[in-house]
Design a protein around this ligand. Structure first.
Ligand SMILES: NC(=O)c1ccc[n+]([C@@H]2O[C@H](COP(=O)([O-])OP(=O)(O)OC[C@H]3O[C@@H](n4cnc5c(N)ncnc54)[C@H](O)[C@@H]3O)[C@@H](O)[C@H]2O)c1
Length: 356
C-alpha cells in the first residue's frame, strides 16, 4: 500500500476528471488529494473517483508530505507557479499542455526540473495513440525512405456556435493562442515525435466570433485565434502544413495527418483512432492496419489518458526521463510563438533553436 504513488490533482474540470479516471485505473497509484477553487466541483470529483481528501488552496495541496505526484489541470496561466512550487518540494509532475503560458516560463521549468531530478512530464497524450507509436516504429525502420512532407490538421466545432459562453482560454493573459494552443498543439506534438524539429514557419490566424457573452451576459472581446494555418520547414529538410479550427461546423475530433516519404506514405485520422493507413512503393494502394504483432488494443480518449498515466508511473519507478518531457514541451511553445509572430508580421519566422 505504502509503495503506491500518491496523486494530487489540481483542477477538477474537463481534463482533471480524465486524470482522476486514469490514475484510478492504476494499481500502483493512490488518489490522495483533489484541489479546486470550486469546492463543490472538487468534492464531486473526490466522491466519484475516490480521493482521500479535498483542498481549495493549491499550495497546501502541492506541498503536503503525503503527495508524490502532482497533476496540473488548471488554466495555462497557472501552470508555471504551481509546477515551480511542486518541483521545489520534489514532487513528480504531470502537467497539462501547454507547459507554461509561454516558452520563457517553460524554459525556466526545464532548468528547475533538471536541478531537482524529479520526473517531469507534459501531457502530450496524443502520441500515446498506439497507431502513432506504430507509425514511429515504421518510420524508424527506414522502410518508407526519407520524409518529404508532413500535413496535419485538427478541427472541431465545440465553439462553432457564437452563443457558446466565453471561456478563460479566449484571453491572452490565460493562453497565448486559441486553436493553436487547444488543437494545433497536438498536431505539433505528433509532428515533433514523428518528423522532428520545425525550424521556420509562415502562418495566418483569424478570430471568427469576435465577442462572446460570459455567464453573467456581459459581452467580452475574444483575443485568441479561432482558426490558424501555417506552412513550415523541418530541420531534416522536410516541408509541412499545419492547421487548426475550433469553430469548424460538423468537425468533431477531426485530427488527421499524412506523412509522405520517398518510398511510401502514412495516413491517420483520430476519428478512426485504431487504424493507420500505410503505403509502401510497389504496393497497389494504401493498406489499413488495425493492430500489429505487439497486440495493441482498441482505444478511445480516456484510455489514452490511462496509457499516459501508466507511462508516467513507469518513469517514476524506473527514474526515467519521459519522451514528452519539459524540453519536448518547450520546443512546441517555440513553434506556436513563431506562428503567432509570423501571422502578425505577415512573414516567415525562424523558430528559436533549443539550447537548454
Ligand atoms: N491533453 C488534453 O487532451 C487536454 C484537453 C483539454 C484541456 N487540456 C489542458 O488542461 C488544462 C485545463 O483545461 P480544462 O479544459 O480542463 O479546463 P476547465 O476550465 O474545464 O477546468 C479548469 C479547472 O481548474 C480550476 N481552477 C482554476 N483556478 C484554480 C486554482 N487557482 N486552483 C485550483 N483549481 C483552479 C477551475 O475551477 C476548473 O475546475 C489546460 O491547460 C488545457 O490546455 C488538455
Amino acid at each position: 500500500m505504502d509503495n503506491k504513488v500518491k496523486v494530487c490533482l489540481i483542477g477538477s474540470g474537463f481534463v482533471g476528471k480524465k486524470h482522476a479516471a486514469a490514475y484510478r485505473n492504476q494499481s500502483d497509484a493512490k488518489l490522495q488529494v483533489v484541489c479546486d477553487t470550486n469546492e463543490d466541483s472538487a468534492k464531486l470529483v473526490a466522491e466519484e473517483y475516490g480521493f482521500e481528501r479535498v483542498e481549495t488552496n493549491w499550495y497546501k495541496a502541492v506541498v503536503a508530505e503525503d503527495v508524490d505526484l502532482v497533476c496540473v489541470c488548471v488554466p495555462n496561466n497557472l501552470h508555471f507557479e504551481i509546477v515551480s512550487e511542486a518541483i521545489k518540494h520534489r514532487k513528480h509532475i504531470s502537467c497539462e499542455k501547454p507547459l507554461g503560458l509561454n516558452s520563457s516560463e517553460s524554459e525556466k521549468l526545464v532548468l528547475l526540473a533538471k536541478e531537482k531530478g524529479i520526473v517531469a512530464d507534459c501531457c502530450y497524450n496524443i502520441i500515446r495513440i498506439p497507431a502513432i507509436t506504430y507509425a514511429k516504429k515504421i518510420i524508424s525502420s527506414g522502410d518508407l525512405g526519407k520524409i518529404v512532407c508532413f500535413r496535419g490538421k485538427y478541427d472541431n466545432d465545440r465553439l462553432a456556435d457564437p452563443n457558446i459562453t466565453f471561456e478563460w482560454r479566449m484571453l491572452k493573459k490565460n493562453s497565448i493562442g486559441g486553436s493553436l494552443c487547444d488543437l494545433a498543439i497536438n498536431i505539433l506534438a505528433v509532428s515533433q515525435f514523428l518528423v522532428g524539429d520545425i525550424v521556420s514557419v509562415c502562418g495566418m490566424t483569424d478570430i471568427i466570433h469576435l465577442k462572446r457573452k460570459d455567464s453573467n451576459g456581459n459581452l467580452i472581446d475574444v483575443e485568441n485565434d479561432d482558426i490558424a494555418q501555417f506552412i513550415c520547414s523541418y530541420q531534416n529538410g522536410a516541408m509541412g502544413y499545419i492547421s487548426s479550427n475550433r469553430v469548424a461546423p460538423g468537425s468533431k475530433q477531426d485530427m488527421q495527418f499524412e506523412i509522405q516519404f520517398t518510398k511510401g506514405a502514412i495516413r491517420f485520422s483520430m476519428e478512426r483512432m485504431n487504424e493507420i493507413q500505410i503505403y509502401k512503393s510497389g504496393e497497389n494502394g494504401f493498406s489499413t492496419v488495425i493492430s500489429d504483432k505487439q497486440g495493441w488494443f482498441c482505444i478511445g480518449y480516456e484510455e489514452l489518458k490511462t496509457l499516459d498515466a501508466q507511462v508516467m508511473l513507469n518513469n517514476i519507478k524506473n527514474k526515467a526521463c519521459p519522451d514528452t518531457d519539459f524540453r519536448f514541451a518547450t520546443k512546441i511553445d517555440y513553434v506556436i510563438e513563431s506562428a503567432l509572430e509570423s501571422a502578425i508580421k505577415r512573414t516567415w519566422i525562424n523558430v528559436k533553436s533549443y539550447s537548454l
